[in-house]
Structure formats: C-alpha cells, structure tokens
Design a protein around this ligand. Structure first.
Ligand code: BDR
Ligand code: CA
Length: 309
C-alpha cells in the first residue's frame, strides 16, 4: 500500500479525505497532522481526532502543527464550516489520542523511518509542509510526492482570484511550489466537479454504518452553508480528490505547468498564476488536475466509507 501522511484542517471535506485514506486498502495512512485553517488549530486538531474516532480508525498518530500562517494572521472559514470548523453533527468525545510530537516532528519521524518514500497529502494551508521543507531539507528525498488541495486555474473562492488554502498562507504555498518536489495541484477548477448532489447524499446514507450517518450530517450542513454563501446547494467536496488521485491516477487528468503563487498582490494575494499556455516558457513545477472522473470518484468515497465503522 502507498504510505501517506495527511496534513489537514478539518473541515467537512477534510474529514472525507481522512476517511477515503483510512478506508481504501491501496493506502497506508501513517499519520495525520493538523493546521489552523478552516478553524483554529484546537478545533481542527479535535476534529481530526473526532473523524478517526467516528470511523473506528485506531493506531494512526495525530499531531498538531501550526496555529497561524508563516507570516500572517489566521482568518478561519467559519462561513462555510461553522464556528468549530465541523458544524452539523454532535461531535463525540474523541478516543483517538493526541500525539505529543508537533506536526513537523511527526512528519520527520515518519519520513525517516518509513521503508518507502511517503506521499504527503495536504488538504489545508501549506504552513506545516513549508516548515518541514525549510527545517529538514535532508528529508526531501523521503517525500515521494505532494498532492495538495488548493489554488485554482481560474477564479477564487475567498477573493476574486484566491482559493482559501492558498489565501491563508501564500508564503507557505510559495515555498512548496518552489521546492522542486513532484507536486500535484488539486484546485477549485477540478474540485467544483465533485458536487454533493442529493443523489450523492442518498447513496452515502444507504451505506448504513456510523461513519455514513455522521457523514450525511456533515454533507447536509456543508451544502446548506455553501448555498447561503455561494448560492451552491450542491457544495464541492474539494479535499478527498487528492486522496482519490493517490489511489488511482486515472480519476483525474492532469497538465504539467508552471505555477507562481502571488504573495504581494493588493487584490490578488494567494492567487495561483497557472501558466497553462506556457506563455512564460518557465520550468514546470506542478501537475495541475483538470478533469475528474466524477462517478469513479464517488465510488471510491462510498467504498471507503463502507469499509469503516
Ligand atoms: C479548501 O478550503 C477549505 O475550506 C476546504 O476544506 C478546502 O480544503 C477549499 O477552498
Ligand atoms: Ca481543507
């Protein structure tokens, strides 16, 4: 199985990324690290432990990371995810413990001890990953690839041109895009193909286990806030696309491209400038996910949920 670390800020869609990784036999989920993003760090860390607890996942260490972006204040996405970043269901007290190590320490330990290089899957702001790359350049070769949910080839979802994860910590995203490591960007241009339709909710409800029941409550809340905020009653389930790509490359088409992250723009801070037409002639530093095999994606999500508690 593919060894994976998920670095996340749960967040409704992050929970599904965790479940997809924990419930699919092609993935070996070695660790979960958390970052301030959709909510403050205490909430995202609590929520990661809740997500694993609900699904009955044991033995995967969870470590807390950065509570603020590298050089900015954090503005949590309460408008979509609620005050605790996981609005909707009543959250059970997590039985999954919090690891004593920091996120960067846990990632470094796993990268050092894993038999094979590890796939890093960040589904939030890139603060922890950038910090890891800066502190432990010696471990670069232990990272097989990075598959990140964030950015966009077009418009944003928090400002006109910035996607939330890139907007929260553009300096961190800049470090990762300049790292030279194999990088796949799963931006809004593809994530808005993963729409939570009524049929999607019905199919997940029909699985009939505890995870699916909790998941349906998450999806209902998520769709209702997306409807209020963006007029989208079928919210886009961004984050698990990253894990789906790790499981099965054929779930998405990609295009190799050069990407710059805007860190200074007055109106465009956090924008990902994706040079799809190669106008700059600059070196390609990312594969950009373009088109999602939507039925296959939801099939992977359903199968994983069915494999959990
Ligand atoms: C991203 O921001 C968060 O709200 C979601 O969890 C996702 O990672 C989408 O812009
Ligand atoms: Ca997220």
């Amino acid at each position: 199985a593919i060894p994976v670390i998920i670095d996340c800020d749960p967040g409704h869609d992050d929970v599904f990324a965790l479940w997809l990784a924990a419930g699919n036999p092609a993935i070996s989920l070695l660790g979960v690290t958390t970052v301030g993003g959709n909510g403050r760090l205490e909430h995202t860390t609590h929520n990661a432990r809740v997500a694993l607890t609900v699904a009955g996942v044991e033995g995967v260490p969870v470590a807390a990371g950065a509570d603020t972006p590298l050089r900015r204040e954090l503005t949590p996405a309460t408008w979509i995810h609620g005050d605790n970043a996981l609005g909707g269901p009543v959250l059970p007290e997590p039985v999954v413990p919090l690891d004593r190590r920091s996120a960067v320490e846990l990632m470094a330990d796993l990268l050092t001890t894993s038999a094979e290089p590890i796939t890093l899957i960040p589904t939030g702001p890139l603060t922890n990953v950038a910090t890891l790359l800066e502190r432990r350049p010696d471990l670069r070769g232990r990272i097989r690839e990075i598959i990140w949910m964030g950015g966009s080839t077009g418009r944003g979802n928090v400002t006109a041109y910035a996607e939330f994860n890139a907007w929260v910590d553009p300096e961190a995203a800049d470090v990762v895009f300049r790292s030279g490591l194999p990088l796949t960007m799963v931006g809004l241009n593809i994530s808005h193909q993963a729409l939570v339709t009524p049929q999607v909710i019905e199919d997940i409800a029909a699985i009939g286990n505890e995870t699916s029941a909790f998941g349906v409550e998450l999806l209902r809340f998520f769709c209702s806030t997306y409807n209020t905020v963006a007029g989208m009653p079928e919210g886009p389930l961004h984050d698990p696309i990253t894990v789906a790509i790790a499981i099965d490359r054929a779930v998405a088409t990609v295009r190799s491209s050069h990407v710059d992250v805007e860190t200074k723009g007055e109106f465009t801070s956090g924008a990902t400038a994706v040079d799809l037409l190669d106008m700059l002639g600059a070196e390609h530093n990312a594969d950009i996910a373009i088109t999602l095999d939507v039925p296959r994606f939801w099939q992977l999500v359903r199968e994983a949920v069915a494999n959990l508690r």
